[in-house]
Design a protein around this ligand. Structure first.
Ligand code: UD1
Length: 429
């Protein structure tokens, strides 16, 4: 099993190319099930989750064709793929697949909308809390689907197709909003989604669907209006830049010191995290082509942060921020409001010398003068990258085990960091 070894203490200087967003790529790929024509996606990140979703979609009959490399195109550019769901051969998404990647549950939306039936395994437990799917199911019920739970599967039927409706979510959910938008795109009549998630990935999905012929207004606000259409066609869409990857490298540069240009990053999707980093002590400059992050000499300041749905501070950057402020002058408070069990990195950061006290959903982080390298264990995607960030500033050697968590969501992280001067390598023995 791969491990990553980091020798801490180097500053980061250079340019990091930001990849396409995993959390946009997944729903965009799933949207290909809505049409029999070809959906071409550019800037797809090379990630284990994307590869897994290709296999899952293949199971439903989607033909995935990766474009060959063109002259001048190197491995740092994302992939371009054609996804063609000419005929859907199977409307069942089995447990073996959905249990490996939670977001694949979302195939239920295009399957019920286009095929009028779907049988999708419940995703099962997840390392960061219970993560139910009740809101997704309620959205489909509102659109007229009959839903049964049978032997761990959600069985959805709508023999006459879905019908537009008002969906008022009691709680903001990214997944439920993706599902509602995809399903409503092919429902008869008008749908209004209230208390919708406003994440930029929802906007990216809506843009792509609009290119495919959907009629959607208000994506990126709390109220989305959708006029259902009879069928959708093919389109070509570029996956947005990954705001979580961007925020992660911005935090890494703030931790290590130096100056890093995050090429292709989109500042508009990172307002809150960038202002938090600014308070901690980074100098941030947004340009037309990316974001420059700099910290020279000055220490890190403590901050109080609460995770919230967009545009608030993202839960997906919480672990990374915690690693950063473990070296700050003073005491920080980090409150997690999205997932109840997303503090598994705390134990591992403590192994490196961080002083963190957990009380319910609040972590109190008392900054320490130094972290010391140790062997640590990655527990989930974002937690594992927080250990890499801590390792960049720790004295001596840090070895992160279970790197497969990182590979689900960070494209060639060790290459990108090494390119800026970090002493980091992958151990494959
Ligand atoms: C997505 C992101 C994930 C991110 C999260 C929150 C993808 C592939 N994943 O996950 O990286 O951390 O948004 O920004 O895009 N909930 C319910 N019932 C439901 C659905 C959700 O109670 O039916 C709860 C969840 O337990 C959680 C909250 O709603 O407490 C938000 O979850 P949600 O926004 O749905 O997260 P995901 O879409 O799974």
């Amino acid at each position: 099993m791969d491990r990553i070894r980091i020798r801490g203490g180097n500053c980061l200087n250079g340019t990091i190319a930001i990849s396409g967003a995993k959390n946009a790529a997944l729903p965009l790929m799933i949207a290909s099930l809505l049409t029999e024509e070809t959906l071409t996606l550019d800037n797809l990140p090379r990630l284990a989750d994307v590869a897994m979703l290709k296999r899952i979609l293949g199971n439903h009959g989607v033909d995935c064709m990766v474009h060959g490399k063109r002259a001048g195109q190197n491995g740092m550019h994302g992939e371009t793929i054609d996804l063609t769901a000419g005929a859907i051969v199977d409307t069942t998404a089995p447990y073996e697949m959905v249990s490996k990647m939670r977001a694949s549950f979302w195939v239920i939306a295009p399957l019920i909308a286009r095929m009028h039936q779907a049988r999708v395994s419940l995703p099962g437990g997840c390392a960061i809390g219970t993560r139910p799917v009740d809101l997704l199911i309620d959205a489909l019920k509102a659109l007229g689907a009959d839903i049964d739970i049978d032997s761990g599967y959600v069985v959805a039927r709508a023999p006459k197709g879905l019908t537009g409706a008002r969906i008022a979510f009691p709680k903001i959910s990214v997944g439920a909003t993706h599902v509602a938008v995809m399903a409503a795109a092919l429902a008869r009549g008008e749908t209004v989604i209230e208390n919708a998630a406003r994440e930029p990935e929802i906007v990216d999905l809506a843009l792509c669907l609009t290119g495919m012929g959907a009629r959607i207004a208000g994506a990126g606000t709390a109220t989305i209006h959708i006029d259902g259409v009879e069928s959708l066609g093919g389109a070509r869409h570029r996956v947005m830049a990954d705001r979580i990857e961007t925020g992660t490298y911005a935090i890494a540069a703030t931790m290590a010191g130096g100056e890093v240009f995050l090429e292709g990053a989109s500042p508009a999707t990172l307002g809150t995290p960038l202002s938090v980093l600014n308070k901690v002590g980074a100098e941030i400059t947004a340009t037309n082509s990316g974001i420059r992050v700099r910290r020279n000499g000055n220490g890190l300041a403590a901050v109080d942060v609460t995770t919230e749905p967009f545009p608030g501070f993202p839960t997906d950057l919480q672990a990374q921020l915690m690693a950063l402020v473990s070296r700050a002058n003073g005491t920080s408070h980090i409150r997690e409001t999205i997932f109840e069990n997303r503090f598994m990195h705390v134990q591992e950061l403590a192994r490196l010398g961080a002083d963190i006290h957990l009380d319910g959903q609040v972590a109190t982080v008392t900054g320490v003068d130094r972290l010391k390298g140790a062997e640590v264990m990655a527990t989930d995607l974002r937690a594992s990258v927080s250990l890499v960030i801590a390792g960049l500033a720790a004295e001596g050697e840090t070895v992160v085990n279970r790197v497969y968590h990182l590979d689900r969501g960070f494209e060639r992280i060790e290459e990108k960091l090494r390119g800026c001067g970090a002493a980091i390598e992958r151990l494959t023995t």
